[in-house]
Design a protein around this ligand. Structure first.
Ligand code: UGA
Length: 433
């Protein structure tokens, strides 16, 4: 099928490239000229494993990129709206980009499909009620379908081809069937729902994942208090099939562009709907506290040099949005610490968010071991494999001090202690904790 995609962000570009792989013909419309130029050269504008080769396999064949919506729409039966919905201060998502896109589509009328009813699929994460509003806005010449995405950054391509489910929310059965048929060769249950239900599945999923992470972090904090070891507790918890093992790894608190934003949006929507939800604010509060718990493990930092390994909000991405590093590093600097930080992929994005020239105590380095030289302590914030495989002996030899705060529980506490490190994990029983 011929498909147009508006927006070449994580979701739009991954969806576009993967739909090509399924045999569809896709035009990706990107309005940002710099991004477009990179795409035309076959480069992904962000780091996502496997995406650049996939783009190059299809560019010039069944994938094209364009800056013009009219060009993208020509001959397409379906348009996927994958534009950003960034959060406002209230938590409400800003639907400005979506409104502009729908205005453009409405102005162009329904002519782009050669007579068949065009289908506009909202893949952007939008609050319940938005698809219904979009249908009213576009009118009956169009059919609006909600098809939320569940792609994780870093594993987005595998997530596309092996989803746990595909959710299609619509009022028009014909439009729903058409969208579902795009995924015919993907082996996953397809849930057909109404608009609001599909919109809520997306928010409820991310909110539940955030709750799960916060729960694991609180159990780990309790383990710290009790002198107990969290990993076996959480593993046994996860083996209960009603709970499940995934998303129970304690850490520095969840980040990224989705979990914090979607939790805040759902809370905002509940307030607007005058429905009191107690768990969502608690998960956000617990997440803020988790960052402070990590900082507290370092002890007084004034006049100390702290090496930080990991700036991205998780491994496998260069994204630092809502990353623990963005909250923790400025606090260490304000407390009088000097920070030397490394990340294999996210140094540039971090430097854009926190320019080093505005923070004289901050240095970003390209070699993880260089960060350790002369440092009093090491703080590990992201679970990159290169940090996991670092030997405690080598860390001890490179560090000036002996303190390691491992906010991702990558190192073995006993081996670290044997190497002469004062090791503090998250809910790890061990010498020095
Ligand atoms: C999340 C969802 O997992 C995707 O299903 C969804 O499509 C996406 O948001 C979205 O709404 O677009 P993502 O933000 O890429 O994906 O990241 P996750 O893998 O969910 O991780 C979120 C945060 O939780 C990270 O900071 C991660 O380090 C943290 N986390 C995750 C933990 O601290 N412990 C865990 O056990 C799992």
């Amino acid at each position: 099928m011929q498909i147009a995609i508006a927006g070449a962000g994580y979701v739009g570009l991954t969806t576009g490239a993967c739909l090509c792989e399924l045999g569809h013909t896709v035009s990706v419309v990107e309005v940002d000229p710099i991004r477009l130029e990179r795409l035309e050269r076959g480069e992904s504008p962000f780091y996502e494993p496997g995406l650049t080769p996939l783009l190059n396999r299809h560019l010039g064949a069944n994938l094209r990129v364009t800056g013009s919506l009219s060009e993208g729409l020509a001959g397409a039966r379906v348009l996927f709206a994958c534009v950003g919905t960034p959060p406002r201060r209230t938590g409400a998502p800003d639907l400005g980009f979506l409104r502009r896109l729908l205005t453009d589509i409405r102005q162009r009328g329904a002519a782009w499909t050669d007579g068949a009813q065009p289908v506009v699929v909202l893949k952007s994460t939008v609050p319940p009620g938005t698809n219904r509003w979009a249908q009213g806005f576009l009118g009956d010449r169009f059919a609006v379908v909600s098809n939320p995405e569940f792609l994780r950054e870093g594993t987005a391509i595998a997530d596309f081809f092996h989803p746990d489910r595909v959710v299609v929310g619509a009022e028009s059965a014909a439009a729903a069937d058409l969208v579902a048929s795009l995924y015919d060769t993907v082996d996953a249950p397809v849930m057909m729902t109404g608009w609001e239900e599909a919109e809520l599945v997306k928010y409820a999923t991310n909110a539940f994942l955030a709750l799960k992470v916060s729960f694991a972090n609180e159990i780990a904090a309790l383990c710290d208090g009790l002198g107990a070891d969290a990993p076996p507790v959480l593993r046994a918890l996860g083996l209960d099939q009603r709970i499940g093992e995934r998303f129970l790894a304690p850490g520095p608190g969840f980040g990224g562009s989705c979990l914090p934003k979607d939790l805040a949006a759902l809370r905002w929507k509940a307030q607007r709907t005058r429905v009191r939800l107690d768990l969502l604010p608690a998960a956000l509060r617990a997440n803020r506290r988790q960052r402070q718990r990590v900082i507290a493990k370092l002890g007084p930092v004034s006049g100390k040099r702290v090496a930080v390994w990991g700036l991205a909000f998780k491994a496998g991405t260069d994204d630092v949005r809502e990353a623990a590093s963005l909250e923790i590093i400025p606090q260490l600097l304000s407390a009088g610490a000097e920070v030397v930080a490394h990340d294999p992929e996210a140094r540039e994005t971090f430097a854009r968010a926190i320019p080093a020239e505005q923070h004289p105590g901050l240095r970003l380095v390209a070699d993880p071991w260089e960060a350790l030289a002369g440092a009093d302590a090491l703080l590990i914030l992201t679970e990159w494999p290169i940090y996991r495989s670092a030997s405690p002996e080598a860390i001890r030899a490179a560090l000036k001090g002996d303190l390691v705060v491992d906010a991702r529980n990558l190192l073995d506490p006993e081996r670290a202690a044997q190497a002469g490190l004062r090791y503090k994990g998250v809910g790890r029983r061990g010498p020095g904790t």
